[in-house]
Design a protein around this ligand. Structure first.
Ligand code: SAM
Length: 283
């Protein structure tokens, strides 16, 4: 039988046909292992008939796996040559399956031709966090997802307060739901082989804890707190809470947060309480 997913030979042939020289700038590392693809699709719990959003389909490794599982795929790819080839590859290897390719920068997508319920992607590594936050902000229909990211970033996304790797991405991600790591992936399944390890990260959306303007205010506090993560909150937040450590202390106390704590101890709910106390103090 002819292959239905991309292995090393198919990746090589496609790259040759398209004269693709993978670029670091676009994080182009292509998966050439069918087992890895099926594992990602299975971990994501993709069900036949549902609409899946894929960012950065590349040569189509994961796309074909999603189509094989019976999903309708909306694939957003910035590289024009790759985007143009994808329907042909899918037409040969998964004929008749529902695929829509959007040729665009994922960071700029605000509308999609459909309502995806799941995100499944092997993300371009240099922009994985901004892409995730952008998609969660703009597409309420996304209820869950599995993404492959650089190991370090994945552990950061899934970290909770008190962890060494807990940082601004962890708090911002937690605004939208619950995150977990879902298994390592060897760098050997990629061509070219990247110099970092990868991890699968899953999320389940939860109701957002505040309004859009509260989110913006909360994220500004998070950025300020983690820009100076070793400083106490009354110092790290002074510039965004009235200008002095005394004004910051008053807001923090009104929010029920110890001014001597550091950002790495706070949950997203704590940051939101500070944002609300600051708004109340301004009013
Ligand atoms: N999904 C494929 C796979 O698993 O083999 C390729 C994954 S590769 C790590 C990342 C892909 O994202 C590349 O195809 C790259 O061209 C694309 N990409 C990079 N930046 C992008 C952006 N801003 N918007 C959409 N796609 C992007």
């Amino acid at each position: 039988a002819s292959p239905r997913l991309l292995g090393p030979a198919e990746i090589r042939d496609l790259a040759e046909l398209l004269e693709v020289t993978p670029t670091k700038k676009l994080g182009q590392n292509f998966v050439h292992d069918a087992n890895t693809v099926r594992r990602i699709v299975q971990t994501a719990g993709v069900r036949a008939g549902e609409t899946v959003l894929e960012i950065g389909p590349g040569l189509g490794s994961l796309t074909l796996g999603l189509l094989e599982a019976g999903a309708s795929v909306i694939a957003v790819e910035i590289d024009k040559r790759l985007a143009a080839q994808l329907p042909h590859t899918a037409g040969i290897m998964q004929p008749g399956k529902p695929l829509t390719v959007v040729t665009q920068d994922a960071l700029r997508v605000t509308e999609l031709p459909g309502e995806p319920v799941r995100l499944v992607a092997n993300l371009p590594y240099n922009i994985s966090v901004p892409v995730l936050l952008h998609l969660l902000e703009h597409f309420d229909s996304l209820q869950s997802g599995i993404v492959m990211v650089q190991s370090e970033v994945g552990h950061r996304l899934a970290a909770g307060p008190g962890s060494k790797v807990y940082g601004a991405p962890s708090v911002k991600a937690a605004w939208y739901g619950n995150w977990r790591t879902a298994g390592q992936v060897s760098r050997m399944v990629f061509w070219p082989v990247p110099n970092v390890d990868s991890v699968l990260v899953g999320f389940e959306r939860a109701d957002v804890p505040g309004t859009e303007s509260e989110r913006v205010a909360t994220f500004a506090l998070v950025d300020a707190a983690f820009q100076q993560r070793r400083k106490m909150l009354r110092q790290s937040l002074s510039s965004v809470l009235g200008g002095t450590s005394a004004t910051a202390t008053a807001v923090l106390e009104a929010a029920g947060v110890d001014p001597q704590e550091r950002g790495e101890q706070l949950t997203v709910a704590d940051f939101l309480r500070i944002a609300r106390a600051a708004a109340a103090a301004d009013a």
